[in-house]
Design a protein around this ligand. Sequence first.
Ligand code: MOS
Length: 741
Amino acid sequence: MSDKQQSIIGAGVPRIDGPDKLSGRANYAADNLPPNLAYGYGVFSTVASGKVSQLSVDEARNMPGVIDIFHHGHFPTLYHTPSSLAQGNKVEETRLPFEDERVYYEGQFVALVVADTFENARAAARRVKVTYSADKAVANLEQGLEANGTRAGSGNHERGDAASAFDSAATTIDVTYRTPVETHNPMEMHASTAWWDNGDLTIFDASQGVVVAKGALSKIFAMPPERITVHAPYIGSGFGSKLWTWPHAIATAAASRELRRPVQLVVPRQQMFTTTGHRPETRQRLRLATDDNGKLVSLRHESINTTSFTDQYVETCGSVTKSLYSCPNLTVSHETTQVNRGTPTSMRAPGAAPGLFALESAIDEMADAAGVDPVQFRLDNYAERDESKDLDFSSNHIVEATKRAAERFGWADRNPKIGSMREGREIVGYGMAACNWEALKMACDARVSIRADGTAFASCATQDIGTGTYTIVAQTVSDVTGIPIDRITVKLGDSSYPDGPVSGGSWATATTLPAIAGAARNALDEMKRYATGSNGAFAGVSGEELEVANGGLRNADGRQVSFAEILEAGRYGSADGEAHTEAADSKYSYRSFGAHFVEVRWDPGISHLRVARVVSAIDVGKVINETTARNQVEGAVVMGIGMGLFEATEYDERNARPVNNDYAEYVVPVHADQPEIDVILLDYPDLAFNEYGARGIGEIGVTGLAAAVANAVHHATGKRIRELPITLDKLMDDVPQARSA
Ligand code: MOS
């Protein structure tokens, strides 16, 4: 391999799927319009708890174009899935659509109208008459605790004796933080287009995991997985909401089978707030203590999150707390409480995003109490090894990340006195926080072919959810084979390709690339066998003697023959390779690290708050594509600003109905809210983790950001906001505080 070829790993190669996306050729789930397509539209519960007492379809049935109306009394029998990720059949809402007459949350499917057009289906759906016997709904976390108490969650950890260390410590804090429900708002709507052909199911679904979707549907329809194909060639992002199969996809496939024609269903934006998951509400109590030297001696992180009445989803807020700081006495616990909301799910950096808001705010409060600069406090307390697993980190550059970001940001210029830094009418606040995410790597299969026309083809049943997976797969094939990027075709998002991972947990890169590289090497070995065969271009030469050069093979004497000529000589159409790679071992604790520094500007005259500047230094191992990696962190920073300042799905505390479930009233950052973002990528390959040393970069950027904002707000205003989002009313004096749900 020449230096030029090696440098393709890490290069800012433009997205190979860019032209298809920009030209509209990219095919999303709802873009599939097979002949004879019928359209589904949901009827959604208008109460959050109770029972459908009567459902009348007479009027709707006579509306133009209506084909059928499904509901509890008229729906085929389906089967439960064990919902196991290990078995590859996980769903998040385990209740089957229309399984009973119960209503567990507002916006739950209670009927499905199928008609000849989308408009006719929607019009008829509005004529389905549903009466409910409503029960008193449990509307929020506090009501859940009162009505149902808590259930033990998972991911707990205990070492030492946190309680007695706290009681005898020099300095302590005991603080409680709250985070609201946040809702994923991918641009692409959740949608499914399904059809059956001789008992085989084909479904285009907005899915971050086609293989697991196939496994789940195989359980639900009680049919062999090989008779199901799930397609998701393009996804307009998902942020976790598209990890697992939701009721609408199941209902669409079932309706299509009943009606013997293709059916498409798009989940309306308002129901994307109810029936396709959300980040749950959390309440987190942090108790920290330091000794006289400002060293942490006790740390307790107790978290409760809301879940649905049908499923237990645990938001593991303490996941990072176990290992980020060195502390001999530590407790992490998770509990859940049931409320009348749909089942929550992973939302970008699940657990860590709300967890690090609390932890990294508390660390700031602790530093304050101990009288130590917050950067210094962290440097003094960062763990050198994973004390929760009693393992070394495979690679950890958090100290360097913190110092480099501090320097780039200009932390040394910070006057620690509250509200002391002014510019014109504005008060400037500086805050920072650490960020952290577990690095994961799953088992993976992949296939690569080198073809007679000099092109290469790679396939894997993972997905590109908008993050650049197509491009980094092409980079990997190019790296191994020397074939230029523009001659490489990559196919993803089809469950009939070799089994690939869910695009989630920031694990797709570390999981997929080694399998692709292995498959490419195996294809080269096949090529060498062809070349050295009796009629081959290098007949009689040993395969070991051959090396890859300029789109072909070269022997020790420098004679070079192109792949095309080698294949032609042996009359082979292609040289193919497959590979299987295993999940990560547990020799080390594999994690990614970083630090965010944030400048906020607070104008007390007009109560205006904005994030002006962010510097983030991120240590995710080897960066595979400089451009897409930077883009991931920038996007995550913006998402963190949304979490810090704006995002909250509000529920009416009287009836548990979401009240701002649309793009107009669920506030997300817009262009005017964008700060200057400066991303430092440390780029230290983590070769204990995989051959490329990449740990994945999707989620880490959102962790810690909201805490850095809150810490900067405290520096500017003196107000310690412990409940997200940091809305202006919380910063204004003499404004009565409405407690949000
Ligand atoms: Mo991510 S929340 O694993 O899509």
